[in-house]
Write a protein that binds this ligand. Structure first.
Ligand code: ADE
Ligand code: ZN
Length: 327
């Protein structure tokens, strides 16, 4: 369609995608066949069922099972270059990619392997796909403050090339943001940007906490803010962008449909909304697809659609000279 062609032609950036969650279905099948005991299906039909989620906890369980398949530098390299190829196919030239070092180490990977795979993958992404990648190292919140401490110590000790931000993922229910404040303070003092998930599965209080306790400069999801007018105004005035992932929210049961998604309300309150995929093959999402779905549902004009792409460049942690080029 004309809309799809227009969206595809827009140079886009992706600000919320998890490295493990970006693994293509063939890659997941290949990794699963190597290690059937992990419980990840080895046939396409069964994998489709495995990626049909009852709720967020179910999603996270299966996501962590896929994580456990990733074993060494070569696997990390495969994920990074696969993501770069997929981004190039969406006409996305830049992405900030969330990596969860603590989970890989728990699953037995050495930190050397992780860093080597990221570095070689990033170089290949640039050379072979013309895609620039930056990293967000995030805390898996379900593993508690020990994971927070380990993640920030690792991030600041290694400071790999391309590391720009520090995050917090996993569940929000029962995992208060504030307990991670010391780790975000240390990360921010070292120059990393703060980008916690908040308001994906819970309401405005979590988003307020991300802002006040973690110094959030962007919010992962943040849709839970939509019921609090004061918070919406705060996000708009302070220009704290939201990394909105509509299909993800539908597929984890946070919204009944794209039509029921609060993205319209966020836009109406002047919040800077960016569109992202989160864990694209697990949700059957693509970056072009997110733009098309929102454009169709909200009957957006071409200028309004293009604004999403521009917002994402502005909201990125690219140096300002590079932003000018991409805009
Ligand atoms: N890890 C991978 N995807 C996630 C999501 N959508 N929310 C929290 N943690 C995640
Ligand atoms: Zn996420």
């Amino acid at each position: 369609t004309a809309l799809r062609a227009f969206v595809h032609a827009l140079p886009k950036v992706e600000l919320h995608v998890h490295l493990v969650g970006s693994a293509s279905l063939p890659t997941v099948l290949e990794l699963a066949r190597r290690r059937p005991s992990a419980g990840v299906p080895t046939e396409p039909a069964a994998l489709a069922g495995f990626f049909t989620f009852r709720d967020f906890p179910h999603f996270l369980r299966n996501y962590l099972a896929v994580t456990s398949l990733v074993r060494d530098a070569r696997d990390i390299h495969t994920l990074v270059t696969g993501l770069a190829a997929d981004l190039a196919a969406q006409n996305a030239r830049y992405a900030e990619v969330t990596v969860t070092p603590y989970n890989h180490v728990l699953d037995g990977m050495s930190t050397d392997d992780l860093l080597t795979g990221l570095a070689t993958g990033r170089a290949a992404a640039r050379a072979d796909h013309g895609v620039e990648l930056a990293w967000c190292f995030d805390i898996p919140g379900e593993k508690g403050v020990v994971a927070g401490r380990e993640t920030v110590v690792f991030a600041l000790r290694e400071r790999p090339e391309g590391l720009v931000s520090f995050g917090l993922g996993g569940p929000e229910v029962g995992v208060g943001r504030a307990q991670f404040a010391p780790f975000f303070t240390a990360a921010r003092e070292a120059g990393l940007h703060s980008v916690p998930h908040a308001g994906e599965t819970t309401g405005p209080a979590t988003v307020w906490s991300a802002v006040h306790d973690l110094g959030a400069e962007r919010i992962g999801h943040g849709i839970g803010a939509h019921t609090d007018p004061a918070l919406l105004e705060y996000l708009a005035v302070q220009r704290i962008p939201l990394e909105v992932c509509p299909t993800s929210n539908v597929r984890t049961g946070q919204c009944a449909s794209i039509a029921a998604h609060p993205v319209r309300r966020l836009l109406d309150h002047g919040v800077l909304v960016t569109l992202n995929t989160d864990d694209p093959p697990m949700f059957g999402a693509t970056l072009d697809g997110e733009y098309v779905a929102v454009a169709e549902t909200l009957s957006l004009t071409a200028a309004e659609i293009a604004l999403f792409a521009k917002n994402a460049v502005d909201a990125s942690f690219l140096p300002s000279a590079d932003k000018t080029v991409l805009r």
